[in-house]
Design a protein around this ligand. Structure first.
Ligand SMILES: *Cc1c(COP(=O)(O)O)cnc(C)c1O
Length: 464
């Protein structure tokens, strides 16, 4: 097959997919049996599959299509750039206009002290860069033993060896010998599932102070950095209690530990500011960026670096880089994406209009008998499913079984909502309209009703 066509029958496409395509984060034999849904086009927040079914994509792909699907401007920018200069590298004393222009633009948008960017092609690669950069920073400052990076359980920082080691997904660590040395994990600030009888505020402090204890136990002279997502995304859209981040910031400052904010999801408007760090009042030294940087129209990621760290790194030869660091086509697409976000006021719209509108509809789902909790910041949110609201009980069934049932009911009713364990998570495109907010939350309620009925019928409304 040397032409891509949407006109092949779905069954033939599925057979070829099953025979030759190994999907990420997928049990491929199970998938072959069921057959993949094959998405052939998309506009705004609506996906269409090869059978002509439409779905409202409440996930913006994988949390990335902030400007929505089907915009022609990034396509035109990519075509223009490919004709002009399809590729050149930024190693060995060379540069090119798209990388220069994007870097200047990012410096303008990022917090005041962040004026430098090191490019990668993904969030995973950028976090691998961060591991080496913070260790190199301390070595250059005469502290080569300051190497340990503290992260959190159930964090997601990517899927390469380095970034998955930073991440705290134990089912990933079980495959392939992770974590790599000198990574340490503390508990996450998930009050709903782990807070017990504590108030959210007490719990936030308790979890933040695990960082201080870890620094103490490991030795301040050995700890290089702490990395965290301002709001955990893939872990289930976990919004930390209000006490958490100020305490983390205090601890990093007090102990001379660098703070890396992984903004791969939170960045570029998702939380109603350009960066989640602004929404949560964090002052990071490095920010990981990807996803919304190009709205997924081309692969690109990077590390935004503070003046202070850049000054140290720039003073040595940092022996690191990717063939496609600052790829001209990706940079041109990212620039166009940022122009759209800015000129169409999509960040302000998220903060002032669509965020509050979605919040109303989303929190209204809290009255549903299956829903133990609803949370939302900007346009990222979650719903925790429970058999017993008052006690925040877990289901007796296998972790995630109920979430999966709900996700399938979403698909059947024209809605893409992902499940993380028994949480349903959303991250719709920032171009979402009021009508789409109503349509998608109506479908979410329908899926919850169908899930509830199914659980009652199957005797699955049981607490663990
Ligand atoms: C998706 C994600 C990554 C990894 O990005 P890739 O582009 O998939 O490598 C890293 N950090 C966070 C917070 C993410 O959500």
């Amino acid at each position: 097959m040397n032409m891509i066509t949407n006109h092949m029958p779905t069954e033939e496409l599925r057979a070829l997919d099953g025979a030759h395509h190994m999907h990420p984060f997928t049990h491929n034999n199970d998938l072959s049996e069921k057959g993949a849904r094959i998405i052939s086009r998309a506009r705004g927040m609506t996906l269409t599959d090869t059978d002509g079914n439409d779905y409202l994509d409440a996930m913006a792909g994988l949390w990335c299509v902030n400007i929505g699907y089907g915009r022609t401007e990034p396509a035109d920018a990519a075509a223009r750039q490919m004709r002009e200069l399809p590729y050149y590298n930024t190693f060995f004393q060379t540069s090119h206009v798209p990388a220069i222009a994007l870097s200047a633009k990012l410096a303008e948008l990022a917090p005041e002290n962040m004026n430098h960017v090191f490019y990668a092609n993904s969030g995973s690669e950028a976090n691998d860069t961060n591991i080496r950069m913070v260790r190199t920073y301390w070595a250059e400052k005469g502290h080569p033993e300051k190497k340990i990076i503290i992260s959190r359980k159930n964090a997601y920082h990517g899927s390469s060896m380095g970034s998955a080691s930073l991440g705290g997904m134990s089912f990933m660590h079980d495959q392939g010998g992770m974590p790599i040395p000198d990574i340490h994990h503390i508990d996450q600030p998930d009050w709903y599932l782990e807070g017990g009888d504590m108030s959210p505020e007490e719990f936030g402090l308790e979890r933040a102070r695990q960082l201080e204890k870890a620094i103490h136990d490991l030795g301040e002279n050995r700890v290089a950095a702490f990395i965290a997502e301002p709001i955990q995304g893939a872990g289930g859209v976990i919004i930390p209690p209000s006490t958490y981040w100020p305490e983390i910031q205090r601890i990093c400052d007090a102990h001379d530990i660098l703070l890396i904010a992984d903004e791969v999801i939170c960045g570029f408007g998702r939380t109603g500011e350009w960066f989640g760090s602004e929404t949560l009042g964090i002052r990071p030294d490095i920010m990981t960026i990807a996803k919304g940087l190009s709205s997924g129209y081309a692969p690109i990621g990077g590390s935004m670096v503070s003046d202070e760290i850049a000054a140290v790194i720039d003073n040595c030869e940092f022996a690191h880089g990717y063939t496609y660091s600052g790829h001209p086509v990706s940079c041109a697409v990212a620039l166009e994406n940022l122009r759209i976000l800015q000129e169409e006021g999509l960040v302000d719209r998220t903060r002032n209009t669509s965020g509050p509108l979605l919040a109303k509809a989303w929190h209204a789902l809290g009255d549903h008998p299956l829903v133990g909790d609803t949370s939302l910041v900007g346009l990222m949110g979650s719903i925790a499913l429970t058999p017993h609201k008052e006690s925040r009980a877990k289901f007796a069934s296998k972790e995630g079984a109920v979430g999966l049932i709900c996700r399938e009911f979403c698909f059947k009713n024209g809605l893409v909502m992902r499940h993380v364990g028994n949480r349903m998570v959303i991250s719709p495109p920032l171009v979402i309209t009021p009508e789409e907010i109503t349509a998608f939350t109506d479908r979410a309620r329908l899926a919850l009703d169908l899930t509830h009925k199914h659980l009652v019928d199957e005797g699955m409304m049981k607490a663990a």
